[in-house]
Design a protein around this ligand. Structure first.
Ligand code: NDP
Length: 248
C-alpha cells in the first residue's frame, strides 16, 4: 500500500515511516523545516527493504494550498494514497490564564486544522478507490492535561473529526480511527517535561507497564489499522498507553 505520513522527519513519525517500509509498504512523508533529517529518514528507511520507495515532501499542514499541492505531487509520484497518518503535531504549553492568542491558534492550526485539510484533500482519492485508511495521532491529553488546554482541545477535536469521517465514509470502504499514545521519548517530550512528570510515566503505580513506550509500539497499532484485516474497526480511539488512561 501507499502511505502518506505527515511529520515523518523525527520522533514517532520517523519510526512510522520505517515500520511501514518494513511491513512492505511504500511511503510518502512530510517534514516542515528539518529537511536534512527528512533526507536521512528517506535513506535509512529505503535501506530497510529492497525495492522500497520512500520520498519526502516539505509541507506546513497549516497551509491548505500547500496541502493541496503536496497531495497532488504525491499522487503524481505514487499514483494513489491508500493510508493517511496525520502525525504532525506541536505543543505550546502554558496555563490557561497566561496562554497567548498565538499559542492557542498555532496548536489548533497544526494539530486539528492541518489534519482537516489533509483529510479533505485525500478523501476524493480514497472514494474513487473505494478504499482508504485514515489514522489520526492524538494523545492521552485529549481528555485534559494541566498546562495544555490548546493541545488537549486540538486532540479532542481530532477525535470528533475522525468519528465524523468514519460515519460519512464508512460505507465507501474507508475507515478513520484515532491512536492515542501515552508517553514516548521524542523531541516533543524529552526537554519539555519536568522531572516529577517524567518519573510519573515510569512508575508502576501509575503506568501498569512501569515504563514509557517504545516507538514501534505505536507503529504496530498503526500498521494494523492500515491493514485490509482492520476493515471493521472504524471510528475508534485506541489508547497505546500500557493501561494508563488519564494524563497528569
Ligand atoms: P516531534 O516533535 O518529535 O515531531 C513532530 C513532527 O511534526 C516533525 O516531523 C515536524 O517536522 C512535524 N511538524 C511540526 N509542525 C508542523 C507543521 N506545521 N506542518 C507539518 N509538519 C509539522 O513529535 P512526536 O514525534 O513526539 O509527536 C508526533 C505526534 O504524536 C504528534 O501529533 C503528537 O501530538 C503525538 N503524541 C506524541 C506523544 C509523545 O509522547 N511523544 C504522546 C502523545 C501524542 P520538522 O521535523 O520539519 O519540524
Amino acid at each position: 500500500m501507499i502511505y502518506f505520513i505527515t511529520g515523518g522527519s523525527r520522533g514517532i513519525g520517523a519510526n512510522l515511516v520505517a515500520e511501514a517500509v518494513k511491513a512492505g509498504h511504500d511511503v510518502a512523508f512530510t517534514y516542515n523545516s528539518n529537511e536534512a533529517m527528512a533526507r536521512e529518514v528517506v535513506d535509512s528507511s529505503a535501506a530497510l527493504r529492497e525495492g522500497a520507495i520512500v520520498r519526502c515532501y516539505r509541507l506546513d499542514v497549516c497551509d491548505s494550498a500547500q496541502v493541496e499541492s503536496v497531495v497532488d505531487a504525491v499522487v503524481e509520484d505514487f499514483d494513489t494514497i491508500d493510508v493517511v497518518v496525520n502525525n504532525a503535531g506541536i505543543t505550546k504549553d502554558n496555563v490557561l490564564v497566561s496562554m497567548e492568542d498565538d499559542e492557542w491558534a498555532d496548536v489548533i492550526a497544526t494539530n486539528l486544522t492541518g489534519p482537516f485539510y489533509v483529510c479533505r484533500q485525500v478523501l476524493p482519492i480514497m472514494l474513487s478507490a473505494r478504499f482508504g485508511r485514515i489514522i489520526n495521532i492524538s494523545s492521552l491529553v485529549a481528555s485534559g492535561g494541566s498546562g495544555q488546554a490548546n493541545y488537549a482541545a486540538s486532540k479532542a477535536g481530532l477525535h470528533g473529526l475522525t468519528r465524523t469521517i468514519s460515519k460519512e465514509y464508512g460505507r465507501r470502504g474507508i475507515t478513520a480511527n484515532v491512536v492515542c499514545p501515552g508517553y514516548f521519548e521524542t523531541d516533543m517530550t524529552k526537554d519539555a517535561l519536568p522531572e516529577p512528570v517524567r518519573k510519573f510515566w515510569n512508575t508502576y503505580a501509575k503506568v501498569p507497564k512501569g515504563r514509557t513506550g517504545k516507538l514501534e509500539e505505536i507503529a504496530t497499532v498503526v500498521n494494523f489499522l492500515a491493514s485490509e484485516g482492520a476493515s471493521f474497526v472504524n471510528g475508534q480511539v485506541i489508547n497505546v498507553t500500557a493501561g494508563l488512561d488519564w494524563a497528569p
